[in-house]
Design a protein around this ligand. Structure first.
Ligand code: CTP
Ligand code: MG
Length: 243
């Protein structure tokens, strides 16, 4: 998976989701947390790294809330329309960036708009590990809970599930973002997954035969999914800015 380590790094923020599991009127990327939108926190977190040149944000076609930023921290913030699934939004942003950069190779640093608590140290460790190896990778963490296997077909809403067995967890990690890959490899890998559910970039790269580097990151790099996550993120952001 090698690529010119010297190629510039550009951030891609998929922000075209509806936040169905969160519920409510506003898509979750526009909810306010500690004085800024979730999206602005996530965007600033990636732009804070000196090696990140700028960002492309993919929003929904009917998004009326996009604030129209053109630069943050002196770095360009570009904008494009996303797609029906997260992978479609990332693919659209890759294409828009390729056009902006006139076909030059770049590293795509994909970070969920819904992960506002990313720490600079984690981002730095990911960038250092991948650029030194000339290979793509992602932040993640080993699974810590005991894992139970169930029969999904037997699930009844509101009823308890049944544990059919315990899954060994030694070989399992959770995948976070950011995920960093050479754009010239990621775009075809995503295209090859079209129609199937590729839930992250690393999954598409694995299917294309690559073995992304897993760099251990902090578990508080949470993805805001449900209302309970919001309060936790608010606490983490307040603590982070205090210390
Ligand atoms: N995303 C996107 N385009 C889509 C779907 C999701 O850009 N078509 C983005 C979301 O905005 C979010 C990230 O991908 O920043 C992670 O997705 P997820 O947490 O699933 O967000 P939503 O799809 O908005 O939430 P839900 O699945 O609960 O509807
Ligand atoms: Mg979703």
């Amino acid at each position: 998976m090698s690529a010119a380590a010297a190629a510039p790094v550009w951030a891609i923020l998929p922000a075209a989701g509806r936040g169905r599991r969160m519920g409510g009127e506003l898509p979750k990327q526009y909810l306010q947390l500690a004085g800024r939108s979730v999206l602005e926190h996530s965007l600033r977190a990636v732009l804070a790294h000196p090696q990140v040149q700028g960002a492309m944000v993919a929003t929904a076609a009917d998004d009326s809330l996009w604030p129209g930023w053109e630069a943050i921290e002196g770095k360009p913030v570009l904008h494009c329309v996303g797609g029906a699934e997260r992978a479609d939004s990332v693919a659209a942003a890759l294409m828009a960036l390729a056009t902006h950069l006139q076909g030059a190779e770049f590293w795509a640093l994909v970070h969920d708009a819904a992960r506002p608590c990313l720490r600079l140290q984690d981002l730095d460790r990911l960038l250092c590990a991948c650029l030194a190896a000339g290979e793509g990778g992602l932040l993640g963490a080993p699974v810590r809970d005991t894992l139970k296997r169930i029969e999904p077909a037997a699930l009844t809403k509101g009823e308890p599930a049944r544990a059919l067995g315990t899954q060994p967890r030694e070989a399992l990690w959770r995948a976070f973002t950011p995920q960093l890959f050479p754009a010239s490899l990621l775009a075809p890998a995503l295209a090859a997954c079209a129609g199937s559910v590729a839930t992250d970039e690393a999954g598409a790269m694995e299917r294309a035969g690559h073995q992304p580097l897993l760099v251990e990151g902090r578990e508080d790099n949470l993805k805001i999914t449900t209302p309970a996550d919001l309060a936790l993120a608010e606490f983490l952001l307040a603590r982070g800015s205090a210390g």
